[in-house]
Write a protein that binds this ligand. Structure first.
Ligand code: ADP
Ligand code: MG
Length: 743
């Protein structure tokens, strides 16, 4: 008897197994059984005396009473007009170009027809039904036929069930639901069904890795039953039962990996950094010009408690742009500095790293001037370290990191490079999680003193729906800042169909002029820079930042001071433009998404996004978070040349309709394939999900998480749960798993 791990070629023979391997990479019994039907064909409704509705799928058995070749009226060629007498009524069927069919479908024979009802005027018929010629006996399911004569699905199914020397077991047509598999032209659905049937004939009862306690708790059927039912259900209810069980397995496999990761992390040692009432953290709180919101207090306390532990914190801090994450993160860093440790703050771009450096220095005032004249007693030193800094400055920053002079080191990916060493790294803060992978997080973590892991705080402004966070970041605890600090005005967003309403576009530029006249500032965001080499390709249809800049400077915005900012400017130019915008020396910047995260100019009130349809929903939301930060009303104008009744425009309207980032994040994710979600979330646990929806299956995912954490807490290596270990392995992408084991 066979087991899940057995090779198919040995069980089915190479002739059947090779196409499965070539088309789907299916090589084992388990692979085949996990190739679930994506739908089920019904036998169709039984025909009654009344006329069936248009479009209904029916399957009927009857006697062919007429089968005539008729010349077609409107085009050349012949068709076969058939009348089938079933138990309940006479049925018309038509076959086009029926030269082959006419030899099989002849008056006097018995046949099964399966097709879709189509009405023409008052009469209905079946056009080109699939058909199977039957032996002339009353109960066709009781007989075996030796040779398949027919066409379409019915014949395919019969042929696949044809056992040499035994004929076709016609009882397979008794099933109410026939599995329909993802198939190719080389291997069709019924071939797969046939292989599955053969395997089930030889398969031992599949052992269930889930403890019965868990199965009972969540009303899950056994694995063996689930595998049988998903392929050969008797009813829709069977399909549902099977899917629930198998869906749970997928969630559990994922959660087991994450639980192991989490467990392994918390088993590591970290330097405990308990809060102090007399240090730089306390001094910082005293000099804050505002009260922390209740949400900020809560999160700050959670983090503070984590930092006091002798195990590394792994926490995700999410909150919309402007919700005050940076303040909370800085407070946490200072607690670590108070414990004599260093912190690294990682930003996704050099512009943002520089921006963080400036805003942290500003928030800290004399507390951040460590090593300089006039610094406060408790002060620490903050250094910036980026790839494009002049060598001398870089060397100074590296030195400050390795000697421990610098309490906080801010930088980009360059910080992860091997030549950066810390004297005693206690915490890593990663800003904008979505641009960093697990790999990078871990590289930084390895920079702590040997034997210790730094605490980790990951900040993201892209709200991550709970299901996604639990699946892809299940090794991180999550904190969320939901309220914005007082004094923020809501942003009004409007969508402008640029092609249909050129006057509205002019109005957008006029609004910028008005706001500038009132002392405010504005962004014009473009989807590309404009210095790309296009080669022989079609010229792009979008507006570039370079073109927009020239056009506006000499056109609609000629009266105001316009700057240009994009990622490929030399660093000093970038800095100069940012500084100019910060200081109010520039009224408007034309830019690319370099402003997407972190840039903070409270005086900016208008943002015009050009070719807005080129941006994702969450990205647009994030972009507009740049405005309306200073207590003045924000206005965001989305320009788009997309078709105003198409889906792209619909997305823009959705962005305009709500300011709820979570709602938009879900919308954004719905529009991608789920595989992309896993990929984009950089989880490190990419897997093939067949039944589990990362957006919809919150309950299943929570249940699986609880289960996985329980099991792993009790048996971290899953040595006592070999079935679960195998389930986990089989569900995971192998390379990724290797990576996880290494890290
Ligand atoms: P985020 O990092 O989440 O985008 P920041 O921490 O940069 O948000 O805060 C955005 C702005 O709001 C900053 O100018 C900051 O000084 C200010 N801010 C933060 N917390 C508060 C608060 N509790 N009350 C008033 N202003 C706040
Ligand atoms: Mg920030």
């Amino acid at each position: 008897m066979a087991v899940l791990a057995d090779r198919l070629d040995l069980l089915l023979g190479a002739k059947a197994a090779t196409p499965l391997a070539e088309a789907f990479g299916i090589t084992t019994v388990e692979d085949l059984l996990r190739h679930y039907p994506n739908r089920y064909a019904t036998q169709g409704q039984p025909l009654t005396e009344s006329d069936p509705p248009d479009g209904q799928h029916i399957t009927i058995v009857g006697d062919i009473v007429k089968a005539d070749m008729v010349k077609m009226k409107n085009r050349p060629g012949w068709m076969l007009k058939v009348v089938l007498q079933s138990e309940s009524q006479k049925v018309d069927a038509t076959f086009f170009n029926a030269h082959k069919v006419k030899h099989a479908v002849q008056a006097g024979r018995r046949a099964m027809f399966s097709g879709t009802v189509k009405y023409f005027r008052e009469r209905w018929s079946l056009n080109h039904p699939s058909y199977l010629i039957l032996p002339d006996v009353a109960d066709h399911t009781a007989v075996q036929i030796d040779r398949v004569r027919g066409g379409g699905d019915l014949a395919g199914i019969a042929r696949s069930a044809l056992a040499p020397g035994q004929g076709v077991d016609m009882s397979i047509f008794d099933r109410k639901l026939l599995p329909v598999y993802p198939a190719t032209s080389k291997i069709e659905s019924w071939d797969i069904a046939h292989c599955v049937r053969q395997i089930f004939d030889q398969l031992d009862t599949v052992e269930d890795p889930l403890p019965s306690r868990i199965r009972n708790e969540h009303s899950l059927i056994g694995l063996d039953e689930a595998l049988h039912l998903i392929h050969f259900p008797e009813s829709e209810a069977d399909v549902e039962k099977a899917r629930s069980r198998l869906r749970f397995d997928e969630a559990a496999a994922l959660q087991l990996v994450l639980a192991q990761r989490r467990n392994e992390m918390s088993a590591r040692a970290a330097k405990s950094c308990p809060p102090r009432s007399d240090g730089i953290a306390a001094a910082f709180e005293d000099r804050l010009p505002f009260e922390l919101t209740e949400g900020q207090h809560e999160v700050a306390d959670e983090i503070s408690a984590d930092l006091s532990q002798p195990h590394p914190m792994s926490r995700l801090l999410q909150g919309e742009v402007g919700s005050g994450k940076t303040v909370v993160a800085l407070r946490a860093m200072l607690q670590v500095v108070d414990a004599g440790q260093q912190c690294a703050l990682l930003a996704p771009t050099e512009v943002l790293a520089a921006q963080h450096y400036r805003s942290l220095r500003a928030m800290l005032g004399p507390l951040g001037a460590g090593g300089e004249l006039g610094a406060a007693d408790e002060s620490t030193r903050i250094v910036l370290l980026t790839g494009s800094m002049p060598t001398a400055a870089k060397r100074a920053a590296l030195l400050a990191a390795v000697t421990g002079d610098a309490g906080i080191v801010i930088g980009t990916h360059a910080l992860i490079q091997d030549n950066v060493e810390f004297f005693d790294l206690g915490m890593v803060v990663v800003d904008e999680q979505h641009r960093f992978g697990v790999e990078q997080r871990d590289a930084l973590r390895s920079k702590a003193k040997s034997g210790f892991s730094p605490h980790l705080l990951v900040m993201t402004a892209t709200p991550i729906p709970r299901t996604i966070a639990m699946t892809t970041l299940g090794d991180l605890e999550t904190s969320t800042l939901r309220e914005l600090p007082r004094g923020r005005s809501p942003i009004v967003t409007s969508v402008v169909p640029a092609k249909d309403k050129p006057a509205w576009v002019d109005r957008a530029w006029a609004r910028i002029n008005e706001e500038v006249a009132a002392g405010r500032q504005a962004y014009v965001v473009c989807s590309r820079i404009g210095d790309e080499k296009t080669g022989d390709k079609e010229p792009p249809t979008t507006h570039s930042a370079l073109d927009m800049y020239e056009e506006l400077k000499h056109g609609a915005l000629r009266g105001v001071r316009v700057g240009l900012l994009h990622g490929r400017l030399p660093t000093d130019e970038k800095d100069a433009v940012m500084r100019g915008f910060n200081d109010g020396a520039l009224d408007v910047i034309v830019c690319t998404t370099v402003v997407e995260v972190g840039v903070d100019v409270p005086n900016a009130t208008v943002m015009v996004i050009v070719d807005a349809d080129r941006f994702g929903v969450s990205q647009l939301h994030q972009l507009r978070g740049r405005i309306g930060r200073g207590g003045h009303k924000g206005l965001c104008i989305l320009l788009s040349e997309a078709n105003p009744v198409g889906p792209a425009f619909e997305r823009l309207r959705a962005v305009a309709a709500t300011n709820d980032g979570f709602e938009l994040a879900v919308l954004d994710l719905r529009q991608r394939r789920e595989g992309d979600i896993l990929g984009a979330a950089q989880s490190g646990t990419v897997t093939t999900l067949r039944l589990l929806s990362l957006l919809d299956d919150l309950e299943v995912i929570s249940a699986a998480q609880e289960f996985a954490r329980e099991v792993v807490a009790d048996d971290p290596g899953l040595e006592r749960h070999p079935g679960l270990a195998a389930m986990m392995r089989s569900a995971l992408d192998e390379q990724r798993l290797e990576y996880l084991e290494k890290s």
